[in-house]
Design a protein around this ligand. Structure first.
Ligand code: ATP
Length: 259
């Protein structure tokens, strides 16, 4: 059944690398407009699942539909049309080091849209403004930027094509708590302004508590829990206990209860 309220529908997904089975019969749907956080232990297959949603890797079995289109059985043209509706903030290698800030953000506009350079300029400056980076930084190289600024510029690039669906892989990894908090605030604001659907992989409970509507927990090759934070915490599993109910988890959840 195809559901129009779902931004992503994954059915019966299996992933193997040689003999190593990573996912076994995964079903997962992401609703339009929600923020879904994907959590799980190291090596549980979060990044692989994200890459499958992005069409960068194919599962051994199962279907992945993104914004109504089948990820692996559509034409090159349909893939390209889908590509412009998605934005991605990768954890590492967020920016091209040989390109300045301006050209990093302009890249998807030049590659995937046929626009005049004057319009590209306006769009780049608009995106920089959206993420709170002043125009004077537009011609800096990535090596001249702080960690927090790199994330913001990478987010501006992810938003360059006005995506409906945004993928965030560890968005706050490597940021100190203050920068992390301001980046989370930025994502919250943009989410409301742009009515985005977001799929986010994170190890950071503060980020998860602040942004997500639902959480999917990957363990033992399956989604072992899916739902609101209280619903997920109620599931008895060693990973859930250590992730949510350790000392750091308890702190983050206290904030959740206050809000
Ligand atoms: N291209 C590949 N070839 C072989 N094995 C792979 C490949 N990509 C991922 N794997 C393996 O699949 C498993 C899941 O990897 P993945 O990176 O998706 O996990 P993860 O949950 O994102 O981990 P982390 O939190 O440490 O980033 C790991 O055991 C990894 O070694």
């Amino acid at each position: 059944m195809i559901h129009t309220d779902w931004a992503i529908e994954i059915c019966g997904l299996h992933t193997r690398f040689g003999q190593h089975v990573v996912h076994e019969d995964i079903d997962l749907a992401v609703l339009r407009g929600e923020v879904l956080a994907l959590v799980g232990g190291s090596g549980s297959g979060k990044t692989t699942l994200l890459r499958q949603m992005l069409g960068l890797e194919a599962p051994a079995q199962g279907s992945v539909r993104v914004l109504g289109a089948s990820r692996y059985d559509c034409s090159h043209e349909a893939q390209k049309q889908l590509r412009v509706r998605l934005g991605v903030l990768f954890q590492r290698g967020a920016l091209f080091s040989a390109l300045n800030v301006y050209d990093n953000i302009a890249l998807p506009l030049r590659e995937l849209r046929n626009l005049r350079e004057s319009l590209i300029r306006d769009l780049v400056m608009l995106k920089l403004d959206m993420v709170g980076v002043e125009a004077q930084h537009a011609y800096k190289m990535p090596a001249e930027l702080s960690g927090g600024m790199i994330k913001r510029v990478a987010l501006a690039r992810a938003l360059a094509l006005d995506p409906e669906l945004l993928f965030l892989d560890e968005p706050t990894a490597g940021l100190d708590p203050a920068l992390s908090e301001s980046f989370v605030d930025l994502i919250q604001t943009l989410r409301k302004e742009l009515t985005l659907t977001i799929v986010m992989v994170t190890h950071d409970l503060d980020t998860l508590v602040a942004i997500s509507d639902r959480v999917a927990v990957l363990a033992e090759r399956r989604i072992i829990a899916l739902g609101s934070i209280p619903a997920v915490i109620a599931v008895e599993h060693p990973f859930i206990e250590s992730f949510f109910l350790g000392a750091r988890g308890r702190n983050a959840l206290r904030m959740f209860q206050k809000n």
